[in-house]
Design a binder for this molecule. Structure first.
Ligand SMILES: [Cu+2]
Length: 635
């Protein structure tokens, strides 16, 4: 049987204390709604033939006490969905069942508005459509859903392949072996072309895997372990300008000066209102004790720079420690002191942060988690950027009554092993192109590159040919072997093997950070290198002069990036090198940018994992990244 346990909400106050934060110009008072904690669902254990049904259903959610209810879609009719909790090695089967009746209203209104001149607040920071006509094609969308368990090692058939979405009444049957160290995964919709709207409806939830190593640390648990799913949203307004509660996907479109040579570019979604566990700017009452927060950025595209501040707006050092990241526990705790030096809580979509916060001695205090705009002190709005309201949530510390004797462990994961470059491995090179690159339809793309062994005869510059001068001064020539999702298979990976994937981001004006996510495998960062990417000409789609390693700029890896991860920020002008092992499952998987607008618009590619014995019989050339053919496509 499925065991659903309702936990008390994270902070139940008798009465929300009004007037503590001034209402915004939109009429919403920050820190008015108590934080809610999703119920825990422990799937049937011991009998893998017993499936646990989790159904997507329409639901009405009060995002804020001063708003009318919002139509959303939620797993088990809840936003976020239930927190699924399993133990290592407990194999489970979930029937993700679409129970959103045919003809249901799509919960998101989508509009595109023109970009505004620099120096004025971006239109996306304001609620309402501003007169823009809703996209009728989005209004007409059916509930076409597929669920991906982000981070999980499971066969390609269970992973939530984006094309294999199901309609009303059908179920996606997925088996999860859970043979993994203790970890925080999360599940969310992944339907081809429309993930950005499906996830915005509310289709996401937390998945926690436990093991003995984690148990032995005796970390804060029960009511003192709280998932925090952070997601920004926008809301529509009525004719009179009042918020009507309806979800609004408002994006900015940049129309080029010369529409004959350049296509319009859609900027990924950001919105003015930050929700935590499905509430806008909630507060949580916490004891003066240690807490464990399992934080994930479930936003479409906002990259948060989270800072914990006190009543005077000053960062609070010394009480936040990161103990885990995407792939599980870090080897040792990493202090997060918000002092502008590394490390910070820069959280791109899909990145996870396992945080211990020490509220001892803070009885009576109010601390706030805020999103720091790039040009302002923490807690202050950024009028020219997209941080209209920095608020995320508030912690109200109360006396817990007894002394918390928990001590921060010095070593967290004794089983953690650092992967080094001397291990036998395969190389892959993926180039992330700027929006407006020739042939890209206005969108950034992820190009799979293959080295050209005899580049002497090439006429350069040429579309799809990129030269790179590396740290040793050696220049190599690469040709593009794939650029969009439906191009032929490029990467065939032998199960159990290690691979180094290098992502080179060619964006420059403006630099665009892409959080790259690879399904199935856990990775470790080997390094980040700065590159002078000015030699790439988007109008050509290739380099005029080689993209060049910049020896003058060092980019150290932050200590909280050194654990296992599956999603990495790749800023413009940077090469990120990561190494991972593809083990535990076979099949066809995806890797992609986790800005959902980019993922939907082409920044996604397939890869296949096979047994070594089977790959020997591969009759095609599906070995992108190391086949070394001449660049005969370029003429
Ligand atoms: Cu991207």
């Amino acid at each position: 049987m499925t065991d659903i346990i309702d936990r008390p909400t994270g902070g139940v106050a008798e009465e929300p204390r009004r007037g503590e934060g001034a209402a915004t110009e939109d009429g919403l008072t920050p820190y008015l709604a108590p934080l809610t904690v999703p119920p825990v669902l422990r799937p049937a254990s011991g009998d893998v033939l017993h499936e646990t049904e989790i159904a997507q259903r329409p639901t009405w959610v009060r995002l804020h006490p001063q708003l009318p209810p919002t139509l959303m879609w939620g797993y088990d009719g809840q936003v976020p969905g239930p927190t699924i909790e399993v133990r290592r090695g407990q194999r489970i089967r979930i029937a993700w069942t679409n129970r959103i009746p045919k003809g249901s209203e799509f919960p998101v209104t989508a509009v595109e508005v023109p970009v505004r001149p620099q120096g004025t607040p971006p239109a996306t920071t304001e609620p309402g459509r501003g007169g823009a006509e809703p996209n009728k094609d989005v209004e007409a969308l059916p509930a076409w859903l597929v669920t991906h368990l982000h981070g999980a090692q499971t066969g390609g058939g269970n992973d939530g392949w984006a094309d294999n979405a199901v309609a009303f009444g059908d179920a996606q049957l997925s088996e999860y072996p859970n043979d993994h160290q203790a970890v925080q995964w999360w599940y969310h919709d992944h339907a081809m072309n429309i993930t950005r709207w499906n996830v915005m409806t509310g289709l996401f939830g937390t998945y926690l895997l436990r093991d003995d190593e984690e148990d032995a640390l005796r970390l804060p648990a029960g009511e003192r372990e709280i998932p925090l799913m952070i997601a920004d949203r926008n809301l529509d307004t009525d004719e009179d300008g009042r918020l009507n509660g309806r979800l609004l996907h408002k994006t900015v479109i940049v129309v080029p000066e010369n529409p004959e040579t350049h296509k319009p570019v859609t900027v990924p979604f950001t919105g003015p209102y930050t929700t935590v566990n499905g509430r806008i700017w909630p507060y949580a009452e916490v004891d003066d004790a240690w807490y464990r927060f399992r934080l994930v950025n479930a936003s479409n595209a906002r990259i948060y720079n989270l800072v914990l501040i006190d009543e005077d707006g000053n960062p609070v050092p010394g009480i936040v420690h990161q103990i885990g990241s995407d792939g599980g526990l870090l080897p040792r705790p990493v202090p997060v002191d918000f002092d502008e030096a590394l490390p910070t809580l820069a959280a791109a979509p899909a990145e996870r942060f396992d945080l211990l916060v020490d509220f001892r001695g803070l009885d009576g205090r109010r601390l706030r988690l805020v999103d720091k705009g790039p040009n302002q002190p923490p807690g202050v709005p950024d009028p020219e950027g997209d941080v209209r309201y920095p608020a995320v949530m508030e912690f109200r510390v109360r006396c817990g009554g007894e002394t918390d004797t928990f001590e921060l462990p010095e070593v967290l994961s004794g089983s953690f092993r650092r992967i080094t470059h001397d291990i036998r491995h395969e190389h892959r090179l993926i180039v992330l192109t700027p929006p407006g690159t020739k042939g890209g339809g206005g969108h950034p793309e992820s190009w799979e590159m293959t080295e050209v062994e005899n580049p002497e005869g090439l006429q350069l510059p040429a579309d799809g040919i990129i030269q790179i001068t590396d740290a040793h001064g050696v220049t190599k020539t690469y040709r593009r072997t794939a650029r969009t999702f439906n191009d032929g298979l490029g990467f065939t990976v032998v199960e159990g093997s290690y691979e180094q994937w290098s992502f080179l981001n060619l964006s420059r004006i403006p630099p665009v950070t892409h959080p790259m996510h690879i399904h199935l495998a856990d990775f470790q960062a080997l390094g980040r290198d700065a590159y002078d990417v000015s030699g790439f000409d988007p109008a050509v789609g290739g380099t005029r002069t080689p993209v060049r390693y910049d020896a003058g700029t060092t980019l150290p890896l932050a200590p909280n990036e050194l654990g296992s991860k599956d999603t990495y920020r790749v800023p413009g002008g940077q090469m990120l090198r990561i190494m991972g092992r593809f083990d535990g499952a076979y099949g066809r998987f995806m890797y992609h940018c986790h800005l959902l607008e980019h993922e939907d618009m082409g920044m996604m590619r397939p890869f296949v994992v096979l047994p070594a014995e089977v790959q020997k019989f591969d009759h095609g050339a599906g070995h992108g990244g190391h086949d070394g053919h001449d660049g005969d496509h370029t003429g």
